[in-house]
Design a protein around this ligand. Sequence first.
Ligand code: SF4
Ligand code: SF4
Length: 184
Amino acid sequence: MQSLTQRAKPVDRSPMTWLEKIYLWNIFKGMLITFRHFFKKRATIQYPEQKRPFSPVFRGLHILNRDEQGRENCTACGLCAVACPAEAITMEAAERLPGEEHLYREEKYAARYEINMLRCIFCGLCEEACPKDAIYLSETFAPANYSRKSFIYGKPDLLIPDPVKHPEEYAKAKGELDKKKSKP
Ligand code: SF4
Ligand code: SF4
């Protein structure tokens, strides 16, 4: 049969020698390969104690942003949901009531905002479509879980910590966003 490439090697079917029959030589060769790896740079790291630096284009879990007064930026315009190629985003809009100005920056807000992380392909189009600086993809992973339901992230999972009530957590999350935004 004609070979399509020149890479095929014919199998050696000659009878085994005495040395080959006792396999010691092959075991020794195998051990030598293992031994050589002791002196090579390790390809693995001790995760989660050690972490690899993220690529500048890494896109992880979403964050719903607040302004510096702790008000939610999202105005439930739905542009992110329309832009999402995986149809992973669902939301319900609500009107801001008098007295809720300290909670929501705009007159309309997302009473319910959900992202199905099993559908999401982390393309970042929702972030690009948002006119209100309200959604970002952070540098965090979606943690592993056993149930499908736990991969539907609601507002409590997505909202950045309140800068007024939890300044430290907010600064940490915001620092991560600012770092990401400053990348090319
Ligand atoms: S990152 Fe892409 S797939 Fe995921 S929610 Fe945003 S637009 Fe949809
Ligand atoms: S996250 Fe942005 S694009 Fe999506 S509904 Fe809110 S304001 Fe609109």
